[in-house]
Design a protein around this ligand. Sequence first.
Ligand code: SF4
Ligand code: SF4
Length: 208
Amino acid sequence: MAVILPHANFPGCKACMPACNEANGLPADTLPSGGIWDMPTGLNAQTKNIIELYQEPDSDTFAFVKRQCMHCPDPACVTGCPFGSLQKSDWGAVTWNSSLCIGCRYCEVPCPFEVPKFQWDSWNPKVVKCEFCYDQRLKKGMEPACTAACPTGTVIFGKRADARLGHTQYQDQGHRCRRLSALASECLLVGSDARHKTAQAAVARKNT
Ligand code: SF4
Ligand code: SF4
């Protein structure tokens, strides 16, 4: 299964962000806004999903990037966890098992997208990353909270084969679909050339 984000006409409403927090029992990150607004500056111990906005220097071109766990087909975090706490589960979800985790945070090191975060402030810390709402929704036959909440149908959850169909449809509309990285993630981006270029450059900058 995969999440695709066709960002050519993406409004950037961020409706998926509070939906994610609610589904995962995570509080809004209001610190950067002085306590009044959910405004995380990146993935963190209470943010599994964020819509980021990037603009090329000296350019009007901008791009939204939905950052979350990419549910890699061959996840480096799973390989990096010495205790089998992270695993590739049904529906392609990379899930975290709290009963096996000792909090060593080795999983943070190999992830090429800097996704897993650790709850340093908690007496019972968790490793925080998107799990496609595995326990709370997928197991009950529901799609992830973010795709269910998207008011425009921009973010889609479905089989990779369907994602490819979506890819073809977007190509028909004059857009392009490409992998976000060469790492064969389960999360795909669909959009115009210019926005792809901006998004990819932004993500590359973030990962260096
Ligand atoms: S993006 Fe990172 S945390 Fe998510 S599956 Fe890939 S390696 Fe693991
Ligand atoms: S912090 Fe937990 S999930 Fe991460 S590598 Fe250590 S045991 Fe595995």
